[in-house]
Write a protein that binds this ligand. Structure first.
Ligand code: ATP
Ligand code: MG
Length: 371
């Protein structure tokens, strides 16, 4: 595989692909009422915006964090719309020098919303300039170099910074502290994704019944971007098969064809679990051995397949290697043999998938270090 032929991203990858970027704008809800789910963030944000409207001032700076495809960019646009304010969009990687940021800040108009995507990827000097801009609405423009350099203070109009990050943990404390409101977006429930899909289908002029929405939502990994992407694939399939009203059978036939199964696992996910179970009796097996068994790079297995399998509680990472949980055996239609079940740590079944993702301590307590 050469650089000129990038491998196509999996259908269930959370990051935006070129097609997503081209069509997402049309599907983005434009106001808070149309934004599905994230009840807590929505309620708190709505209060922040309402209060600033009543005070007649620009809203507090807002930080939005969470995994890709959950609605950070969408919310940033909604904030500007709700404040009836113009929106300027930039991103961390685009701001390599403090001067890049100074140019943007000095051209803001009063009340403008500045959306800074991937804020954790900004350069350090730009970050320091941002501290002052956020707090005091002013920046020091440095003119000249070396001992003769002078700082010229520049007043800025009040503005609202909306920062977005998939890696809130990477943000330095002083930056995080300067946001008046932080909203952390969570994965969506199947019911919420059904609502997202319902709205998208209407905008795309598709006829889809409730059972089909449930079928697609169940395969969407808690992520609206993936839900909308799967909906487009179902639409293609229905068009080619001359189907006007999409029902659950059509939706599952379409997604089966794309190899996205009922829990949202794709071919790689399933081959990782299958190898773990059929070749290594459920593990534990080291990452590199597992990767060879599925014919992938260890990094691909670790970064592409594992996060969702861990989140779903199907795969455990232990110091001795990877293990398939009872849920994984069940998902593949297999029964976990009693001796395998007996060798599994009891706590593995009592921990929620979420905590499996964050902490390996439960597993560390029983497993031996990988040799
Ligand atoms: N709550 C929601 N209601 C309806 N649609 C949503 C919602 N959240 C996201 N979407 C849809 O999902 C798509 C992706 O959302 P968005 O681009 O806002 O994600 P993001 O968090 O900014 O992702 P990234 O981290 O990759 O930038 C949008 O096109 C939007 O239509
Ligand atoms: Mg975004």
């Amino acid at each position: 595989m050469t650089d000129e032929q990038p491998e196509e991203a999996p259908l269930v990858a959370p990051a935006a692909d070129p097609e997503d970027r081209a069509v997402e704008a049309a599907l983005r809800p434009r106001n808070l009422d149309d934004f599905v789910g994230q009840k807590r963030v929505r309620r708190q944000l709505s209060l922040v915006l309402e209060a600033s409207r009543l005070r007649g001032r620009s809203a507090d700076h807002v930080l939005l964090s969470g995994p890709p495809g959950l609605g950070k960019t969408t919310l940033a646009m909604i904030i500007a719309a709700e404040m009836n304010a113009p929106l300027r969009i930039t991103s961390g990687p685009a701001i390599q020098h403090a001067g890049d940021l100074a140019a943007i800040l000095s051209s803001l108009t009063e009340g403008e919303v500045l959306f800074l995507d991937e804020i954790h990827r900004m350069s350090r000097p730009a970050e320091e300039m941002l501290y002052m801009a956020m707090e005091d609405f002013r920046v020091d423009i440095i003119v000249g170099k070396g001992p003769g350099a002078t700082a010229i203070p520049l007043e800025l109009p009040p503005f609202t910074l909306v920062g977005a990050t998939t890696r809130a943990g990477l943000l330095p404390g002083p930056l995080r502290d300067r946001f008046g409101f932080t909203g952390h977006l969570e994965f969506y429930s199947t019911e919420e994704l059904e609502l997202v899909l319902r709205r998208s289908a209407m905008l795309m002029d598709m006829k889809v019944n409730s059972a089909a929405f449930a079928e697609i939502a169940g395969r969407s990994r808690g992520t609206p971007r993936i839900a909308n992407r799967l909906l487009r694939r179902v639409r293609d399939w229905a068009l080619v098969h001359g189907i006007d009203l999409i029902d659950a059978r059509a939706a599952s036939a379409a997604l089966d064809m794309y190899e996205v199964d009922a829990r949202g696992l794709d071919r790689l996910d399933r081959s990782v679990l299958t190898a773990l179970i059929t070749k290594f009796n459920g593990g534990p097996v080291g990452l590199s051995t597992l990767a060879i068994a599925v014919g992938e790079e260890p990094e691909t297995v670790e970064t592409v397949a594992e996060p969702y399998l861990v989140r779903e509680g199907m795969l455990g990472r232990t110091p001795r290697g990877r293990i398939a949980t009872a849920a994984a055996w069940k998902h593949l239609g297999l029964e976990m043999p009693p001796h395998v079940a007996a060798a599994m740590p009891e706590d593995l079944f009592s921990v929620a998938p979420e905590s499996l993702l964050d902490s390996e301590s439960v597993l560390d307590s029983w497993a031996q270090p990988e040799s």
